[in-house]
Write a new protein. Sequence first.
Length: 216
Amino acid sequence: MKKYLIAGLLVWLPLAITIWVLHAVLGLLDGVFAWLLSASQALLPAAAHSPLEMLKQIPGLGVIVMLVGLLLTGMFATNIVGQWWLRQGSRVLQQIPIVKSIYSSVKQVSDTLFSSSGNAFREAVLVQYPRQGSWTIAFVTGRPGGEAGEHLSGDYLSLYVPTTPNPTSGFFLMVPRADVVALAMSVDEALKYIISMGVVAPPTHLPARPVRNLAG
C-alpha cells in the first residue's frame, strides 16, 4: 500500500505544483491588468466604464495583453527610432538619485542574461565550497575585472554558485583556475541537477575537460 501511495504521489505532485505555479502567475497578471483597468476608469468618462468592466471578467486576458505588449515593445526597441527613445529614457532614469542605482544594476544583469549575444553561464564546473573537501557545482561567468581583478595575482575565474532548489539566488566567488574542475555536462544539465537537489543526475559524459581560456 505504501509503495502505491508513493508512486501515485510522484505522478501527481509535479503536475499539481506546475498547475499551482501557472495559476498563481496567471492570477498575478490578471490582477495587474484589472488594476490598470480600474485606473483607466478613473480617467475615462462614465460611458466607458461598462466595456472596461466586461474586460475584467475575461480570464487570462492579462496574459494576452502582456504578450502583445512585450511583442510591440520589442518591435519598437529594434528599430532606429525606438532605440533612440530608449536611450533618452535610460539617460533620464540614470540621472535620478536612488532610481539610477536600481535601474542600472537590473539593466546590466538582464542584458547579460537575456541578450542574444550574451553568455552569462559559460560552463559548469566543480569547486570546493563552502569549505575545503566540500564540493559543489558552479558556473563560470568570466574573469575578475576592474579593481578586484587588479588585486588578484594569477589566473582567476569568476564563478556563480547557485543555491538549491532555487538557483536564482547564490554566491559570487573569484577563485584560482587551478582550484576549479571543469565538467563535461551542459549548463542545462547542471541546473537540473542543482534544482533536483542531486536526485536527477545527468548522464555520464566524456572525461571532464580543462576549463577553457576566457578572453578579458
